[in-house]
Design a protein around this ligand. Structure first.
Ligand code: XIL
Length: 388
């Protein structure tokens, strides 16, 4: 069986090379017919990568029923799922003290019934949060009261899902895109769209939030999750935060062997221009912290974002560029598989993507999803890695 899979991987990479190297220049939508393979006929990606890391994707209420995950594209290829939207604070707790766990419960239970792990996404954020989270940052509650509110929120949510969530994104996207200072404690998102917990409580909300989650479900792996971590200034702040929060935990619990923040999620929503060597530098930096890494929301644009106001035709050049990058990224992920526990794609096929207009995924087609060149370069990277 394993041999057959290896053979098939080999064959697929040959096709990929033929395709990536040999396409006719300049043609639009010119993927050769042989490159389009129905993803339901491919070997399961989760099996092909099983000795390296889990392979994940996102799911939505339409992907499940009461007995499990009904989306066969998900169950075939992926062994870990993240709710695309349904576990975010605005969905889970639209009003204060009234939780709305129904949809999330059905999704989590369906995934577990289908033998798929679930990522809890996400507890503390500045986006997709209810008004009562947002207003914490600016209303006249005391920092102490805000801290209690935050801890109660985390305790309630994490306790509710206790034992069902393999890892939690406790804090999402705490740092802004630009104008970063050098001290993580003063550099988090503020202002109208800021992180309300940071704005009211200050930087210590990070330690307190992670600690509340640890106490509520000690078996869950606790993650910090963010994007643009290929950029060294942001990566440095995240590194320093994780280092300091984990040191604070060690001082408070000297006998505890685990870290408090055990993982960093690198979302990896990439444009056409994210260099693998920058990602390598970040992986080397994070490696020194002793944490696990998840590539938590991977998608790679096939064309520049600003150039198109609506979904443009997939060009051969754009598709080949994304394929090349996907291959280089996976080469890097495989080289670092000792610390990478999961690679999650943010969607299965282009048409469903939150960035659909730039064709960022490795399959395309809503009814039947077919391979894009990126799929084959990922498999070629796997094949090359195995041969080394
Ligand atoms: C996105 C979803 O894919 C969209 O459906 C939604 O409209 C906005 O959020 N970082 C995250 C994810 O952590 O939760 C976001 O998901 C993408 C960016």
């Amino acid at each position: 069986m394993k041999k057959n899979i290896l053979k098939l991987t080999g064959l697929l990479s040959v096709i990929a090379v033929l395709f990536v190297v040999g396409g006719s220049a300049g043609a639009q939508n010119a993927q050769p017919a042989q490159s389009r393979v129905d993803m339901m006929t491919l070997p399961a990606m989760k099996d092909q990568f099983s000795q390296y890391f889990m392979i994940g994707n996102i799911f939505n209420p339409s992907d499940i029923n009461a007995s499990g995950v009904t989306n066969a594209r998900l169950t075939r290829h992926f062994n870990v799922l993240t709710a695309e939207n349904d576990m975010k604070p605005d969905k889970i707790a639209p009003t204060r003290n009234s939780f709305n766990f129904g949809t999330a419960d059905r999704m989590v239970n369906a995934a577990l019934a289908s033998n798929i792990k679930v990522v809890g996404h996400t507890l503390l954020w500045h986006s997709q949060i209810p008004g009562w989270h947002r207003s914490i940052g600016t209303n006249n509650v005391t920092p102490e009261a805000a801290l209690q509110t935050m801890k109660d929120y985390i305790t309630n949510v994490v306790t509710h899902f206790k034992g069902r969530i393999y890892c939690w994104d406790v804090l999402n996207e705490a740092f802004p895109d630009g104008g970063l200072g050098s001290d993580w404690r003063t550099s988090m998102r503020s202002g109208a769209e800021g992180n309300p917990w940071f704005m009211k409580i200050g930087a210590n909300f990070v330690y307190e939030g992670f600690l509340a989650a640890r106490l509520a479900d000690p078996d869950a792996i606790l993650y910090y999750n963010d994007y643009n971590l290929d950029q060294s200034a942001k990566a440095r702040l995240v590194h320093d935060m994780v280092r300091d929060v984990n040191a604070q935990y060690r001082r408070a619990f000297p006998n505890e062997r685990r870290l408090l923040i055990e993982g960093i999620g690198m979302q990896s929503h990439h444009n056409t221009n994210v260099s693998p060597s920058n990602i390598r530098a970040t992986l080397n930096l994070f490696r020194t912290l002793g944490v696990k890494i998840s590539i938590s929301e991977l998608d790679v644009l096939s064309q520049t974002w600003s150039q198109y106001s609506s979904r443009a035709a997939l060009t051969e050049a754009g598709s080949a560029r994304a394929a090349q990058l996907y291959g280089e990224y996976f080469t890097l992920f495989l080289e670092n598989s000792d610390i990478i526990e999961r690679v999650t794609f943010w969607g299965v096929y282009d048409e469903q993507s939150w960035r659909a207009r730039a064709n960022p995924l490795i399959f395309e087609g809503r009814t039947t999803s077919y391979t894009k060149p990126a799929y084959f370069s990922i498999m070629a990277a796997l094949d090359a890695h195995r041969r080394r």
